[in-house]
Design a protein around this ligand. Structure first.
Ligand SMILES: Cc1cc2nc3c(=O)[nH]c(=O)nc-3n(C[C@H](O)[C@H](O)[C@H](O)COP(=O)(O)OP(=O)(O)OC[C@H]3O[C@@H](n4cnc5c(N)ncnc54)[C@H](O)[C@@H]3O)c2cc1C
Length: 193
């Protein structure tokens, strides 16, 4: 993947959704839609262009909520393809489609926050951080639910952009198969139903 991302970076297409301040292309939703759809056409495209879920939504949240220092620490290396992100919302058995059912708690402990709860389906997670230093808290304490919506709302749109490319790919594969099938049947490679 890092080799693919190097090609993408050389072509000037890496991280189209991230601000130019942090090394992205700074495209708005109209510009992104074109690139995200093409990325979705390939099974590796979204990762190669650094626009896959959950990274792309997390980058959106960081740009809205994180401080300059936090973005230098996380968003800039992420925009360069050096760091992946994750978003831990879903929980067994409650919070899935309904984030109001979240039961994980964050309690003040020393210089930071102790996070306690169970999570599932965390794409990109490689070991959860269970203690968060105060400097790592995004935005204001107590506004996590509102910030989750900041992230989730556009992420629904960008899922559609990528899935549109995936759907086009599926349609092309099916069309190609239908075109080829009569020839395969004639040449004895296929079975006539
Ligand atoms: C490949 C993959 C990667 C994922 N990555 C992440 C990730 O990185 N981070 C993360 O946080 N999550 C992730 N998820 C979880 C995903 O976001 C959840 O699937 C989603 O939140 C829905 O939760 P659920 O599957 O538990 O469905 P449920 O919440 O159990 O819902 C099941 C169905 O019931 C319906 N339903 C639910 N509640 C009600 C209700 N009260 N009334 C009527 N209908 C209802 C829903 O609309 C849905 O159709 C991932 C999932 C997959 C499959």
């Amino acid at each position: 993947m890092s080799e693919l991302q190097t090609h993408v970076a050389d072509a000037g297409l890496l991280s189209p959704h991230i601000s130019t301040d942090y090394g992205g292309l700074g495209l708005d939703h109209h510009g992104r839609a074109v690139i995200f759809e093409e990325a979705g056409y390939s099974t590796l495209g979204s990762l190669a262009l650094n626009v896959s879920a959950p990274d792309e939504g997390t980058a959106h949240l960081l740009q809205h909520v994180a401080t300059r220092d936090q973005n230098e620490q996380w968003l800039r290396p992420h925009a360069a393809g050096d760091l992946r992100t994750c978003f831990a919302m879903s929980e067994p058995p409650g919070a899935g489609s309904d984030p109001a059912a979240l039961t994980t708690t964050a309690t003040g402990a020393g210089d930071g926050w102790r996070i306690n709860g169970r999570k599932k389906w965390i794409t990109g997670a490689r070991g959860a951080a269970v203690f968060v230093d105060r400097s790592q808290v995004l935005g204001e304490v107590g506004k996590g639910f509102a910030y989750a919506q900041v992230r989730l709302a556009p992420a629904r749109l960008t899922h559609c952009m990528r899935h549109l490319g995936g759907a086009r790919r599926a349609h092309d594969v099916a069309t190609e198969y239908v075109r080829e099938r009569p020839r395969r049947v004639q040449s004895g490679q296929g079975r006539r139903l």
